[in-house]
Design a protein around this ligand. Structure first.
Ligand SMILES: Nc1ncnc2c1ncn2[C@@H]1O[C@H](COP(=O)(O)OP(=O)(O)O)[C@@H](O)[C@H]1O
Ligand SMILES: [Mg+2]
Length: 319
């Protein structure tokens, strides 16, 4: 694990935003800066951290962790479904095939958990027993494993709006997706999740839930786009403590971005109003957890690229 002072030293070099007009047309997402040129899409993972649908601050090495983790998982799952990856010219840049994104996000949940209004546990606690078309039995406890993983697709909100979780029927009613397309990505999502669970389990980690995005390539093939099984798109818990904590009703030991979300929530911030100032030590601890997540989940050592990220990317991309 990287020493804390090395994370601290990277604080001034975080990649907040990019301005690379020669790469193509720019779309600034919450986390990635995207440039499209012809059939190619450059996905540059910034070091921005988003929570409650707001960009909160930058976290050292976050963009590199995210890109490298997604790279690991794209490799591990390419036999299940093709993905958009063409190449990685820099540790935090993925060049992908420019696709037409399908209008939904496929969320797969293995456990009933979460505190936000779109989460399974939040709804169950309020009395919901049919969650996005999944009939849930009485008597479930927080963080309990479902008999079988469930799908809770959500519509993709426009910039600034919140996503909405709905059923298959609603998706087909509200979007242009055909039943065949829906069933294809539903099946792929469950297989991807199961593969994730299997690989994470070997590392002593539980892949709790995750979301996938799919797109149509210029030749009409449906592929996995965006990212896969990263701490931004997934929850991870430590497997060795799961049973004990579940039995006693204690929270699970997490290795995901919940750390900063909880820090914010404790200060009364859940998305509205002014974002609290995040102290350096909280940013460093958040970075440490992202790196820990990478190392634990992939079983590989994180090779931190220290120094000016913008200059390095320019050099690696020859721009
Ligand atoms: N291969 C691809 N083709 C087209 N769009 C993509 C591809 N991969 C990812 N995307 C889109 O690019 C964006 C990635 O940046 P992100 O920061 O996640 O943005 P957002 O705030 O929209 O979620 C997402 O909107 C995602 O749907
Ligand atoms: Mg996104």
């Amino acid at each position: 694990m990287i020493p804390t002072d090395q994370i601290q030293a990277q604080l001034p070099f975080c990649l907040e935003e990019t301005d690379f007009p020669t790469l193509g047309e720019k779309y600034i997402g919450k986390v990635r800066d995207n440039y499209t040129s012809g059939d190619k899409r450059y996905l540059i993972s910034s070091d921005r951290l988003s929570a409650f649908d707001r960009v909160i601050c930058t976290i050292p090495f976050k963009g590199q962790v995210l890109t490298q983790m997604a790279k690991f998982w794209f490799e591990q799952t390419k036999d299940i479904i093709g993905n958009h990856v063409i190449s990685y010219p820099d540790p935090q840049v993925c060049v992908g095939v420019q696709c037409t994104p399908l209008p939904i996000e496929m969320v797969v949940r293995g456990y009933i958990t979460g505190v936000t209004s779109t989460s399974a546990w939040f709804n169950y606690e309020k009395g919901v027993r049919n969650f996005c078309g999944n009939v849930l039995p009485e008597g479930l406890k927080k963080n309990q494993k479902f008999d079988k993983p469930i799908l809770t697709p959500s519509t993709k909100a426009e910039h600034g709006d919140h996503d909405e979780s709905v059923s298959r029927e609603e998706i087909l009613k509200r979007t242009s997706l055909t039943p065949e397309q829906y069933d294809f990505i539903a099946d792929a999502s469950l297989k991807l999740y199961n593969r994730g669970v299997e690989i994470a389990a070997k590392q002593g980690i539980i892949l709790v839930d995750t979301k996938y995005e799919f797109g149509l390539t210029p030749t009409g093939e449906i592929v996995l786009i965006d990212e896969i099984h990263t701490p931004d798109s997934s929850r991870f818990w430590f497997a060795d403590e799961y049973e004990k904590r579940f039995a006693s009703g204690e929270e699970q030991k997490k290795i995901d971005k919940e750390y900063l979300r909880e820090w914010l929530a404790e200060r009364g911030f859940t998305g509205d109003g002014e974002i609290p100032v995040i102290p350096d030590e909280i940013k460093v601890e958040t970075a440490r957890r992202y790196i820990e997540a990478y190392e634990l989940v992939t079983g590989q050592k994180f090779e931190a690229e220290v120094g000016d990220v913008t200059e390095r990317i320019k050099k690696n991309l020859g721009i």
